[in-house]
Ligand binder design. Structure first.
Ligand SMILES: NC(=O)c1ccc[n+]([C@@H]2O[C@H](COP(=O)([O-])OP(=O)(O)OC[C@H]3O[C@@H](n4cnc5c(N)ncnc54)[C@H](OP(=O)(O)O)[C@@H]3O)[C@@H](O)[C@H]2O)c1
Length: 366
């Protein structure tokens, strides 16, 4: 039986769902793949719980951790142990894969260290992969990101949708990329679908926030930074070590509201209603849809912003929060290769991470 120990970094919405998936399916993996997957450590911002047992943390400890995070019982969360200290010990014990479902670039240190020690890393966290190219951690991470590398990151673009693996397969088979266009934000999808049916922009943002589509501070979505990071990851997957600073981002957060409180920002959103309403009316008249998209072309690199997309295209026809990416290539020229479906949510994102983990495990487990 091959064995794999996981180190779960971040056990919020996505990380918690990864833990639950592993608990639910590892018996199946034992019989189907002769693969024994255990969870050796779980880390949050305040520290980690690490098992000294080769069979990993027991099921009830893991379930309690996930529940405590959900009920926000901070006192029950891991504290004390350092995952960085435990990492070499766990790697010494056998094949190890770090599952980075945290937020922010701090976890890049763990991801890089794991790769240096010969472990695998699976990320849904975009921030480490979007670090400036001058940061040695960016170079270290991306040097392991090829199809046969030990770093996998499908869930960073379109959650569980096969966006990165499709791009890699196209490139690996010698296809030439002519253009990538994607609606990769469920938040923008929900907002501009509502605007397209006559809702004012400010009401659409408030509704999206109430339905949980946006971050608690909607500016985190409306700045376009998250979409730009996805565009950067697509470009870097194609071997272009661009930087976020190279990307032209059309932010929907006016400069003068960047520092305002969330309530003040939401109140002042009505200032943008006229301009966005005018663009929506123009779209209606020209049979296009208003969409916040990421685009890549060999000439322009990555651009991110609000565009009017013909409704006759699959991109323009898509309504609601679903994601879509269209790859136009030498082979898929007249009819692009399209990947589409739900691009966020705990279940699909966790499944994307677990699929990456299994691919790596098949390759590196001993
Ligand atoms: N939710 C989705 O549908 C989705 C889809 C695709 C990608 N993603 C990405 O997946 C990641 C996780 O998303 P989420 O929705 O699960 O977020 P979340 O619910 O806010 O959970 C984030 C978790 O990361 C932990 N964390 C933050 N910084 C950390 C650090 N430096 N070291 C260790 N743990 C740290 C947090 O710890 P505490 O418990 O201490 O707060 C929390 O457990 C994010 O990067 C997100 O962009 C999410």
């Amino acid at each position: 039986m091959k064995r794999v120990s996981l180190i779960q970094v971040g056990f919020g919405t996505v990380g918690g769902a990864v833990i639950e998936l592993v608990l639910r399916h590892r018996a199946l993996w034992r019989t189907r793949f002769d693969l024994d997957v255990s969870i050796a450590a779980v880390a949050g911002r305040s520290g980690a719980i690490v098992s000294d047992n080769p069979t990993g943390l027991d099921d009830s400890t893991l379930r309690d951790l996930v529940e405590s995070r959900r009920s926000k019982a901070a006192a029950e969360r891991p504290a004390g142990d350092s995952v960085a200290d435990a990492l070499p010990r766990i790697v010494d014990g056998g094949t190890t894969i770090v599952i980075d479902a945290a937020s922010g670039d701090e976890t890049a240190n763990i991801d890089v260290r794991a790769l240096e020690l010969g472990a695998g890393a699976v990320l849904s966290n975009k921030a480490p992969l979007a670090l400036a190219k001058a940061d040695p951690r960016a170079k270290a991470l991306w040097s392991h990101a090829g199809t046969t590398g030990r770093l996998k990151y499908e869930a960073t673009c379109g959650a569980g949708l096969p966006v990165i693996s499709t791009l890699q397969a196209l490139l690996d088979t010698g296809d030439e990329m002519l253009e990538i266009s994607g609606a990769l934000s469920g938040t923008f999808g929900a907002i501009f679908s509502a605007v397209g049916t006559g809702t004012s922009y400010s009401d659409a943002v408030r509704d999206a926030q109430a339905q949980g589509y946006t971050e608690p501070d909607p500016r985190d979505d409306l700045s376009g930074l998250d979409v730009a990071r996805k565009g950067l990851i697509l470009a870097r997957t194609m071997g272009q070590m661009a930087d976020l600073d190279d990307i032209v981002i059309h932010s929907l957060v006016p400069k003068h509201l960047e520092e305002a409180t969330v309530d003040e920002f939401l109140e002042r959103l009505t200032d943008q209603d006229f301009d966005i309403g005018r663009q929506a009316a123009e779209s209606l008249a020209t049979d296009t849809s208003l969409k916040y998209i990421v685009n890549w072309s060999p000439d322009q690199g990555v651009t991110v912003g609000l565009r009017q997309i013909p409704r006759s295209t699959v991109l323009g026809a898509l309504q609601g929060p679903e994601n879509i990416v269209s790859f136009r290539t030498r082979r898929y020229d007249q009819y692009p290769c399209v990947v589409s479906g739900p691009g966020a949510g705990a279940a699909v994102t966790a499944a994307g991470m677990v699929a990456d983990m299994l691919t790596l495990a098949h390759r590196i487990a001993r």
